[in-house]
Design a protein around this ligand. Sequence first.
Ligand SMILES: NC(=O)c1ccc[n+]([C@@H]2O[C@H](COP(=O)([O-])OP(=O)(O)OC[C@H]3O[C@@H](n4cnc5c(N)ncnc54)[C@H](O)[C@@H]3O)[C@@H](O)[C@H]2O)c1
Length: 350
Amino acid sequence: MQKIIITGGAGFIGSHVVRRFVKTYPNYNIINLDKLTYAGNLENLRDIENEPNYRFIKGDIVDLEFINTLFDSEQPDAVIHLAAESHVDRSITNPLEFVMTNVVGTVNLLNAARENWKGKYDKTRFYHVSTDEVYGTLGEDGMFTEETAYDPHSPYSASKASSDHFVRAYQDTYGLNAVISNCSNNYGSFHFPEKLIPLAINNIKQNKPVPVYGKGENIRDWLWVEDHARAIDVIFHNAKAGQTYNIGGHNEWKNIDLINLLCTILDKKLGREAGESAKLITYVTDRAGHDLRYAIDAGKLKSELGWVPSITFEEGLEKTVDWYLANEEWLDNVTSGNYQQYYKGQYNNR
Ligand SMILES: NC(=O)c1ccc[n+]([C@@H]2O[C@H](COP(=O)([O-])OP(=O)(O)OC[C@H]3O[C@@H](n4cnc5c(N)ncnc54)[C@H](O)[C@@H]3O)[C@@H](O)[C@H]2O)c1
């Protein structure tokens, strides 16, 4: 019986990880620890919220006393840490919030783990979920490997890089059993519509302008979120302590090409004339410090642990568009802010 605290489990990727673990491992106890910021949405987990091996606990990883008490009372065997402030634009406006959650919050969890797991580091695991953005930007060629030197450019990536360093420091200094994965951009269901793909789908659907930074030349390597959750599962169960794995889809797309593909898919699905949705594309001033290109070499994960993506980008994008079109209520609740009421209705007495 494993008791695992998954932090940030009400967010986009976290909800997929929670669902996967709850469904795949009925003999595990899964605790979803989440502060429910604007990005945390328990509606993402409606289908599993009554499973006997699942529990939600509302809490802030920046609150050291709360974290220590939680570790004392729950005695978890492992942490899978996804809680973070995750939106680069928000980090440019409010960097300190990113330092608090992404750096201080991570160190609080590491400290609690270090104290609670003394004498049993070989039987416990701290899994830190990170991003490829820590590596900075690429020119036209090359890929990020696990050996690439860190070179973050945004307050978001700097805070994630810092948290990665702390995780390694706790592994090296105290012998904590830690693993890290650095993943490329994710897409899929339950993605908060401030990020590129869900924002574009929502705006195209509503005939609103689709903002594209600069000339849309920035390149990202996209991975279907359920493939990321499966990679986390594989790494969590099989990686040796102290290892880092890059996770990516070998799937580079210029932002403008991706938006055009979405427009084509949505023209068909919404019964519009070919080219109609693309008229909504609106170029806006580029993001400050915008990294040009990210591309992940996930060869180590493939050769050592046998993980490869399960679907193509075209398949995944079509599934994603279908999901957003079929889940209007979810999207309306998120865009109107009503999703925040769900917690009150659902968990008022807990
Ligand atoms: N989205 C991506 O493409 C991507 C790619 C690679 C890595 N990552 C990493 O994966 C993780 C999850 O990303 P996401 O896109 O699902 O993020 P998200 O913003 O959708 O979700 C973050 C979750 O963390 C919770 N949270 C925030 N601050 C908290 C705090 N102080 N205490 C407790 N909970 C808190 C939020 O309520 C939310 O549920 C992050 O660590 C991110 O850096 C994301």
